[in-house]
Design a binder for this molecule. Sequence first.
Ligand code: FUL
Length: 485
Amino acid sequence: MNRSISLVSLVFLNVLLVFTACKKEVTPPQPVLPVPTDRQLAWHEMEQYAFVHFTTNTFTDKEWGFGDESESVFNPTAMDVTQWTKTFKAAGLNGLVLTCKHHDGFCLWPSQYTEHSVKNSPYKGGKGNVVDEVEKACRAEGLKFGVYLSPWDRNRADYGSPSYVEYYRNQLKELFAAHTPVFEMWFDGANGGDGYYGGANEKRKIDGKTYYDWPTTLNLIRGMEPNVIFFSDAGPDIRWCGNESGYVNETNWNTITADTLYAGKSGIQEILNTGSETGTSWIPAEVDVSIRPGWFYHAKEDSLVKTPEKLFDIYLSSVGRGANLILNIPPDRRGLINEIDVASLLEWKKLIDERFKTNLAINKTAKASAIRGDSPVYEASMVTDGNKETYWATNDQETAGNLEIDLGESKTISYVLVQEYIKLGQRVKSFSVEIEKDGAWQEVASGTTIGYKRILRINPVDAQKVRVVIKDSKACPVISNVEIY
Ligand code: FUL
């Protein structure tokens, strides 16, 4: 009896050994360089957040204050920053970047380096600190906080000379000493020329590339806030999308070669809008756009607040094309987000919630044209498992392939959302969505790049089987998620 048991175990052991030996280890795909840093990955996941433009311009009805505005004009009558942050939170925004100082030079905090600030305004009898109040309100609401500090300063007498750069750095030190964590620092590229400049009332030209000595400034801030994301026209962490109208190109590479952009190249805006397939750095695009025609509040623009449908289109042409959206919502003269803007924002959120309510693909059966090493680790169901860390991949050299998802029954579909596992780089150059109709596959939408997230809008159509076809990719496709609505 004992002998037969040990014989059986021996045979079992042998079978197991042979099986293990035959099953070769399937290695994950090699990254396609460049790849995002951890802080860039965290930024990608934020997707959308608010921009807040607020300064003397709000009270003088200007977009670019000249720099000679009296501090006394800054006088919000019913200021409530909690109303801002509660509105943004309810609208699905995940953070807020505040213009601590715009081009006019007026500081929303009582900086020790200038008299041109809230401390000489009627606001809270000169005891207010808008930056601090907004930061605290963000923390209370679970929103990340970011800082905009205009390099161009039309108030400062020494703008254009080395001492101004020192002043600018001192202010950054003040802000970062008091308000970390700061998720994003916004460096505005605008340098318009003329200004008050302490009474000189003249035009000043600086060499934007050398004057500010950016490497020193960025190192200084990085030392105080290692996780901050730097925005400027061409990085280093994220780039401008090349327009202020609310879109990144349909083809949107997260990669660009930043050095060539600083060379004053013509067509720079187009490159920023599309990125570059062969770019040597990971510098994804941020879409900055205002809910109103201007960046600051003007009562005359009350009738021009973007509609919820327009905001939804912007959402699709920014977040839906793998960029992040920074949506400007400027407080009015009371210091409140105007009722018209609030209504539009909340209705926009409702549209997003309704249109992306039920992911028809979640946990549905999926099959693929090919699976990397035939391994269950890389099989098709990894795109419908709701886990962003798992992905479908093909073998190296296979730069095309498809994923077929069976919804179980016929459903009306209007949107398909696809995500690449960008930790391994951005790969897909061209793809399409097909549905099965009367036994044949029919294309209903197509796209170029995917990146962190791509949403394709489809003319509503009924289908049970949906196929995502990767037509071309830099290397084997690595897809972490497919959602169908
Ligand atoms: C531009 C500025 O000149 C505008 O006033 C605004 O701040 C926008 C976000 O960036 O360059």
